[in-house]
Write a protein that binds this ligand. Structure first.
Ligand code: CTP
Length: 422
């Protein structure tokens, strides 16, 4: 049983928070509702009070609400603390559903002008938020950036659903369904519960590599790092110890990952090889350059008449070298490669699977505008010895979950399972 503060803010989805409180209680948790002023315009505190059997916290300065599970009532002074501090140190989870754009912004910028925002700053408990707002608000760069910042700080987020919104628009922004929010809360309370990745070591590469021509120019590619970062976040959610080896990317790495920053294919090779023998899983999501300038000019190359020829030489094949590590019986990690193709996607992936002797290829059709490089969505086909599984277009986070489901299957299969690395 956990003690959960359920923050309810002023969105039309506030009525769903009643179901969420009920769901958490059904699972045996003790819930105290914290309502903002705007939330109380949508649902009455009495509704939550009846369900949680606790006084609802609606005012930062009002003494008398319960401070912890089974704690006696009394003034904050009697309990030796200010209310938000007392609650902050006793809860196991702060869950905010719905979280409006305003609350998301307050959390991001550290404002503390009501009980809920002060509680967010004061608690060291994990935080889970379920944003809900109009779809244009959700898509606004300011909101997107705030959510990204919160995520990088370790705040867990339940994505809003798509469909008809209360404002009459159709789009993404509707509060996730109560069961989904309750399931996410359970996962945050017990990360990795039921996952074969819990306690496993997972190394993920992400982003492009930059191959320097001279001190100011390089050969690069359009990879943003999103797919690899999404995989790292999902592996962390499943309780894995994650190392993220990343090429240049403007994204913030997920909280909790060990981050190794590299620039070139050679540096990525070195970083991966130095760590691979200790891994249970290695996922190469990076778009590693296949060629690098044969020589890097020590000074900026000056232009001259005529054309310029740069000789490129092959880089080392990182996946190939990891696959030649001692056999699985002696602990070779489960290996996942990515394939960026513009034609014959599955056929090429099959060849890669055999040629590189790996467990799974995530084949990407980068000729589509809505999949592959520098977009939030991806359409991939998972190709393994068992066959090809074409997934529909979905968010990179959802793709990451499907990829890790397959990795878990490999780890769990009796013929191939290996003990977790210490
Ligand atoms: N990769 C690697 N080391 C390299 C280059 C690529 O480990 N030097 C990895 C990538 O991270 C990716 C996979 O190998 O997981 C891509 O395989 P690769 O054979 O390089 O294929 P592509 O470059 O996509 O395609 P092609 O075979 O057509 O060159």
């Amino acid at each position: 049983m956990a003690f959960i503060a359920l923050g309810v803010t002023g969105g039309i989805g506030a009525y769903k928070a009643v179901e969420i409180a009920r769901g958490l209680q059904k699972n045996g948790h003790d819930v105290v509702a914290v309502m903002t002023r705007a939330a109380r315009r949508f649902v009455g505190p009495l509704t939550f009070e009846a369900i949680t059997r606790r006084e609802v916290i609606i005012d930062q300065w009002k003494p008398g609400a319960n401070a912890g599970p089974g704690s006696p009532r009394g003034t904050p002074a009697e309990r030796g603390g200010v209310e938000h501090i007392a609650i902050a140190s006793t809860i196991d989870l702060l869950l905010v559903a719905p979280a409006t754009a305003n609350t998301v912004a307050k959390f991001t910028h550290g404002l503390a002008d009501d009980f809920l925002s002060a509680l967010y700053l004061a608690t060291r408990a994990p935080v889970l938020i379920a944003p809900a707002m109009n779809s244009h608000m959700f898509d606004h760069p300011a909101v997107a950036k705030n959510l990204e910042t919160l995520m990088a700080r370790g705040v867990h987020i339940v994505d809003p659903g798509s469909g008809y919104l209360a404002c009459g628009w159709i789009g993404k922004g509707r509060l996730a369904e109560p069961e989904e929010v309750v399931a996410a809360a359970e996962q945050v309370l017990r990360p990795g519960k039921g996952s074969t990745l819990a306690g496993r070591r997972v190394l993920i590469t992400a982003g492009p590599t930059y191959e320097d021509i001279d001190p100011v120019r390089y050969v690069g590619n359009r990879s943003s790092g999103r797919m690899g970062y999404a995989l790292a976040a999902e592996a962390l959610r499943r309780g894995a110890a994650v190392t993220l080896v990343t090429g240049p990317s403007h994204l913030q790495p997920p909280h909790g990952a060990e981050v190794v920053k590299v620039r070139s294919a050679a540096a990525m090779h070195e970083a991966v090889m130095a760590r691979s023998a200790d891994q249970d899983v290695v996922i190469m999501a990076a778009a590693v350059a296949d060629y690098t300038p044969a020589e890097k000019a020590p000074q900026k190359v000056k232009k001259a008449d005529g054309s310029l020829t740069i000789t490129l030489q092959r880089t080392k094949d990182i996946l190939g070298d990891v696959s030649r590590l001692p056999s699985r019986a002696q602990g070779r990690p489960v290996l996942v490669g990515f394939a960026a193709e513009t034609e014959n996607v599955v056929e090429h992936a099959r060849l890669k699977l055999q040629k590189k002797n790996i467990d799974l290829v995530v084949a990407n059709d980068v000729s589509r505008a809505d999949a592959g490089f520098d977009v939030d969505t991806n359409a991939v086909t998972l190709v393994s010895a068992e066959g090809a599984d074409e997934l529909p277009l979905q968010s990179k986070s959802a793709v990451a979950a499907r990829v890790l489901d397959r990795v878990e299957q490999v780890l769990a299969s009796p013929a191939r399972s290996v003990p977790a690395k210490a």
